[in-house]
Design a protein around this ligand. Structure first.
Ligand code: NAD
Ligand code: UDP
Length: 336
């Protein structure tokens, strides 16, 4: 089976690549390296001892993408490529609509041209917005509260229409909060910009790049007042894509799945686990709430368990242990 990964050099893409190679799939990565580094190739080869193809291509470039399809002829596309910062999407929404929405339309057009009819798409729990009930199942209403979330929901809808109209197959995965790294410490979360997510910021405080963590709000209606999220180990998340490929063997053509653990942790709990695992104090200051933040987000992952035969296996302690290991070995990401 030939599988094309858009954005396969990124954080989730590179961990998925490792799982796909371990499962003997033939893989081709397309990435413009706008938020990643070519170093990932030798690192993934080092982990897997397997070869794969890489093309420095932007998914918005129809001709360049067509050439990749012409030579590789993928049967399935796993579509990670996109921009992912909620904060940046408020500052520069058009970048998000171009890269995420236009980029995806361009990809689907090229897939049509080469009769590639199956796609797994990286969506996000952010499409649910502020939850009306917890845990959040896939029937929960969607109501994103930021341009990034709007762009993800638009792509979900486009993919659903594309699958229905042309009788194609799609598997939409709504990730909750991926954290952690490969246990080897060779691949992990790398960002060209200043990070906005909790774990990469704690990591920077841990290695002394930042003085303290700013905790955005201690007056939410949660037991300790800080925000609660469903943090999932990136390796468990990566494995959900292998389950997604197997889903295409079934009769259902198109579906959407929450990919989370079903358990929530508050910011204070994460800091405390990090301190215990890293054996180091993480200084913090409590600040006001961050724009667009919600109080609590926890997945009901039972649909993925029943229909994809997938569930998260690793613990929050595993994820934080691997995050500490990655940061100690790669204090500047791949730019060491
Ligand atoms: P990432 O930035 O590490 O990876 C994205 C990759 O796509 C990068 O390697 C980047 O260089 C590439 N890319 C971006 N625009 C491109 C383009 N136009 N053409 C080709 N390549 C391009 O991000 P990630 O954390 O691995 O996220 C992967 C996907 O999962 C994204 O679509 C993101 O929206 C989604 N997602 C991420 C999270 C998260 O917290 N990390 C949560 C939910 C959903
Ligand atoms: N958070 C925080 N300080 C930071 C970054 C995040 O207190 O510097 C909190 C944030 O308010 C939320 C949780 O950590 O409650 C997870 O935030 P992240 O940005 O990682 O994920 P998202 O909010 O997009 O789910």
């Amino acid at each position: 089976m030939r599988i094309l990964l858009t954005g396969g050099a990124g954080y989730i893409g590179s961990h998925t690549l490792v799982e796909l190679l371990a499962n003997k799939y033939k893989v081709c990565v397309v990435d413009n390296l706008s938020n990643s580094n070519i170093e990932f190739i030798s690192r993934v080869q080092n982990i897997t001892k397997k070869e794969f193809k890489f093309n420095l291509v932007d998914i918005c470039d129809h001709n360049a993408l067509s050439k990749v399809f012409e030579s590789f002829r993928p049967e399935i596309v796993i579509h990670f490529a996109g921009s992912k910062s909620v904060k940046e999407s408020f500052d520069n929404p058009l970048k998000y609509y171009k890269n995420n929405v236009f980029g995806s339309i361009n990809l689907l057009n090229v897939m049509d041209k080469y009769s590639c009819s199956k796609i797994i798409f990286s969506s996000s729990a952010t499409v649910y917005g502020n939850p009306e009930y917890l845990p959040i199942d896939e029937n929960h209403k969607v109501s994103p509260s930021n341009p990034y979330g709007h762009s993800k929901l638009m792509v979900e809808k486009i993919i659903k229409d594309w699958s229905t109209t042309y009788n194609n197959k799609s598997c939409i995965l709504r990730y909750f909060n991926p954290i952690g790294a490969h246990e080897s410490g060779l691949i992990g979360e790398h960002s060209h910009d200043h990070p906005n997510n909790l774990l990469p910021i704690i990591e920077n405080v841990f290695i002394g790049k930042e003085n303290n963590l700013k905790i955005y709000g201690n007056n939410y209606k949660t037991p300790d007042g800080s925000g609660i999220r469903d943090y999932i180990h990136v390796v468990d998340l990566a494995k959900s894509h292998v389950a997604g490929i197997k889903f295409f063997d079934g009769t259902k053509s198109s579906d959407v799945f929450n990919i989370g653990t079903g358990k929530g942790n508050s910011v204070f709990e994460i800091v405390s686990i990090y301190e215990k695992v890293a054996k180091k104090n993480i200084p913090y200051v409590v600040e006001g709430r961050r724009k667009g933040d919600i109080s609590e987000s926890v997945a009901d992952p039972s649909k993925a368990r029943t229909k994809l035969s997938w569930k998260a296996e690793l613990t929050i302690e595993d994820a934080i242990k691997h995050s500490v290991n990655w940061k100690l070995k790669n204090p500047n990401g791949y730019n060491n």
